[in-house]
Design a protein around this ligand. Sequence first.
Ligand SMILES: [Zn+2]
Length: 359
Amino acid sequence: MLESIVVSLYRNRGKQRRALRSPFLLAVAAAVLGFFGFTQLDAPVSRIALLALPTFTPTVTATRSFTRAPLPTYTPTHTALATRTPTLAPTSTLVPTSAPTETPLPTATSLSVEPSPTVEPTPSRREARVPILMYHHVGDLPADADAVRKSLTVSQAHFEEQMKFLADQGYTTIHIAELVNHLQTGAPLPEKPVVLTFDDGYDDSYFNVFPTLQDFGFRGTFFIIGAPTNYGSPGYLRWEQLVEMYENGMEMGAHSLTHRFNLGAARPATQETEIRQGHQLMVDHLPNWTPIFSYPSGSYDQTTLELLQELGYIAAVTTKQGALQTNAELLELRRIRIRGEWTMAQFLYWFNYFSQEKG
Ligand SMILES: [Zn+2]
């Protein structure tokens, strides 16, 4: 109701201005004529002008204040979201060979009745419970290690014990890219898939993790902080080590330029620098690289997601605890943080908790 009034006022604005113009001109004419002593015209003309003016002026003022309202400025945001979703959604023509978790019974019966089903509907949502383990350091603790460093460091002995458990239980390590392909197209995964991720690109990834994974026939995913690797900071991987690992079946991902910012709280310009320059370093050293990302400290916002999409990232891992992954959240994959202070019993408890039931 109010909208229609506003619209009609808006539309009539031109007419009102034109209507206003004639009495206004009459008033001016009356004043001019009066000034020059044309008394026989003065009285009626100025009376018309005085009557006419006050009635029109408020209408015009009201129109002005109303016309500010109906200008929606939020449309572009919705458009951006709308264009974002389809790129995440699978557009594959592949028919899933392994049955998704949906119940296909009603569809199956209706299909057998229908004579010519030419197009299989692509499932709008596909999910898979695939544990993605999150490690940082593997190896010995420095003498001055604080609580944070202790929590981030799994000893070599514990790491081997954990890998042995996965091998004995028949787990197969896969890459993030394979998980994405499965979630997008339904391409089959091994029976018990697991992803091993190592954040921050410490050089113990090369000296401890890499050989241990090779001993078990496993593959890992390593998220690299661009700057310390590029400038040869002590304790971080160097490009030649990283390339060697990559060429031997390890997957590489970006973990920002400096890791100094919580991207979700950073200004867009900072996010641009952290993501774009970190990305460029990866592309420069791994030309065939498939972009995947790990959010520093798990922090991101809508700007982060849009930047990653613009740069062609197929997936990103968070620090959200869980193992249930979906094609609707490829840039928000869940992980299980493996803590350095855990005993093997605690590792088993949390691994089983997330990989079999929850999260
Ligand atoms: Zn990190």
